[in-house]
Write a protein that binds this ligand. Structure first.
Ligand SMILES: [Zn+2]
Length: 139
């Protein structure tokens, strides 16, 4: 439920080596991250530039885009590091997909979930520090 995503497994037709990959696609997880981001960023903006109702909509949209961009980059990096699912990393034989589908009702995060969360928090620490600096310069 909290952590759901797509899961796929492949097996090498030459040496039998197996690969398993999962990618988080949980909307609930993304909404929670975006909500946390709104809760952190909106008060800072309100303090700096005065309260505006549209902060929630614009920051919320930006947060969701941020989550999806970070996730896309992470998946891209992972596939560059681990290689594609089509070629065996051990003998470069052809991989045959064995299982492919969605998993759901999972309460434990995958490594990708954790990395996504860590980068998301780090980006927000950066945003807050940047806003603090901006407010210091502007008075
Ligand atoms: Zn192989």
């Amino acid at each position: 439920m909290l952590f759901s995503g797509s899961y796929s497994e492949g097996q090498c037709m030459k040496c039998g080596h197996k690969i398993a990959r999962s990618t988080p696609t949980s909307l609930l997880f993304f909404v929670l991250l975006a909500g946390g981001g709104i809760a952190v960023v909106v008060p800072q903006l309100a303090r700096l530039y005065g309260p505006k109702w549209w902060y929630f909509a614009s920051v919320g949209g930006a947060e969701l885009i941020l989550v999806i961009v970070i996730l896309t980059v992470l998946v891209w990096i992972r596939d560059r590091v681990l290689g594609s699912m089509e070629t065996c990393p051990q003998c470069s034989g052809t991989m045959k997909p064995t299982i492919s589908g969605m998993y759901d009702f999972r309460w434990l995060p995958t490594l990708l979930d954790v990395v996504l969360l860590v980068i998301f928090v780090a980006v927000h620490i950066g945003i807050i520090l940047w806003l603090r600096t901006a407010s210091g310069a502007g008075g």
